[in-house]
Ligand binder design. Structure first.
Ligand code: NCD
Length: 314
């Protein structure tokens, strides 16, 4: 088996991956971290070009992919706003992808439309990585989330997970649940305002994959959880801004709340950016693990690029 299952692969939907695929990825990410901390990173992707096509805003996903590519010796081209491309002149999405396919060895794409990355993968001959498509998938974030859990707890299995917030529109939640269904969590608890509950199609899908979901009150979830995964209300996905106003500020994880209810060993993860759902006073507590999570994005994405593009020293 080795690393071959990853070679030239598209990364579109977390359901395309097995537990073994993720374990190979995590081991490769460990290797990348060792190289980064020793200051000797093998430039296995020298001569390759990675295109980042971000039709939607991003800080961490785009920049960690770009940092990862550059650490491995690749060059990066791309854009981070649709207005900066010929799409603004009326060029079609498919034509834009065709161009990038001719310019680069791999394309990382983010788009507000669900299915955009899958369409890009159909058009492009080079591998395509989905950096987020609407509220559907964000597979590399889910890989990073589980890699962070493994780093913090030594394993993804056997833990109690609480997912808090916008379960309806956050693609990170849908992808995390799908990735978790490959493992053996002790429990998966959900806590959300009534308007932001998990969409039926996601609930049915993950339950059919054997994940048992528990709907809990926030305080109960906090008291049982090892991993507390907080998400931002996805304001930009609300069809009606007034609906957003109704749920705005409806939950907020603070130091006081954690100290009152959470286990001392619990860790708070958040894909970031945060707005007001996660107070800054959590930053200096032992619960805070979201900055580690963000920083692991570079080695995790180095591992992905290396496995997919077949970097020699891997
Ligand atoms: C997330 C996203 O874009 O879905 N951000 C990220 O990639 N870390 C989460 C969010 O925007 O709330």
């Amino acid at each position: 088996m080795g690393i071959l299952p990853w070679r030239s692969r598209d990364v579109i939907d977390p359901r395309d991956f097995t537990r073994e695929d993720l374990e190979i990825l995590f081991e490769e990410a460990d290797k990348m971290r060792r190289q980064l901390s020793s200051g000797r990173v093998a430039r296995t992707l020298e001569g390759k070009i990675i295109a980042t096509a971000f039709f939607e805003p991003s800080t961490r996903t785009r920049l960690s992919f770009e940092a990862a590519a550059k650490r491995l010796g690749a060059d990066v081209i791309g854009f981070s706003a649709e207005e900066a491309t010929s799409v603004a002149k009326g060029e079609s999405f498919v034509d834009t992808i065709r161009m990038l396919d001719g310019y680069a060895d791999l394309i990382v794409i983010r788009h507000k439309y669900e299915g955009a990355a899958a369409l890009a993968a159909e058009v492009a001959r080079v591998p395509v990585i989905n950096g987020g498509d609407g509220s559907q998938h964000h597979p590399t974030q889910a890989m990073l989330d589980l890699y962070t859990v493994r780093e913090l707890f030594g394993s993804v299995d056997g833990l109690n997970y609480l997912i808090v917030g916008d379960l309806k529109y956050a693609r990170t939640v849908a992808s995390l649940l799908r990735a978790l269904s490959l493992f053996k969590p002790a429990s998966v608890m959900l806590s959300a305002p009534p308007q932001l509950q998990l969409r039926d199609e996601v609930r049915r899908d993950v339950e059919s994959r054997g994940l048992r979901l528990e709907y809990v009150k926030l305080e109960e979830g906090l008291s049982r959880a090892d991993v507390i995964y907080v998400t931002r209300i996805q304001r930009e996905r609300f069809p009606d801004p007034q609906e957003y106003e109704k749920v705005r500020g409806s939950y907020r994880i603070t130091r006081r709340l954690l100290e009152a209810y959470a286990k001392g060993s619990a860790k708070v993860l958040h894909p970031l950016p945060r707005v007001d759902e996660l107070a800054a006073d959590v930053d200096s507590t032992s619960y805070q693990a979201y900055f580690l999570q963000a920083s692991l994005g570079v080695p995790l994405r180095m591992a992905l690029l290396n496995l997919i593009l077949g970097g020699e020293a891997s």
